[in-house]
Design a protein. Structure first.
Length: 70
């Protein structure tokens, strides 16, 4: 199972598991298709959206772990 960090790019995250997109959209990250967001890190995106980066990384890794086991 892949683990992500605050330095993982959004584009890379979506390649790891496209099923993460609805989770990101639900927390207000509506620019997933924007070319510039593909080169933004999870940490940068979290800060722009007023989300604690470490909490977001933990939530994403929890999602990835459960999605991989589904």
């Amino acid at each position: 199972m892949a683990k992500v960090t605050k330095d993982t790019m959004i584009g890379e995250l979506l390649q790891i598991d496209a099923n993460i997109a609805p989770m990101l959209l639900n927390i207000g990250m509506h620019c997933l298709g924007c070319p510039s967001s593909q080169m933004e890190t999870i940490g940068e995106a979290a800060m722009v959206h007023g989300i604690e980066p470490d909490d977001l990384v933990n939530d994403i890794n929890d999602f990835l772990e459960h999605d991989a086991n589904a």
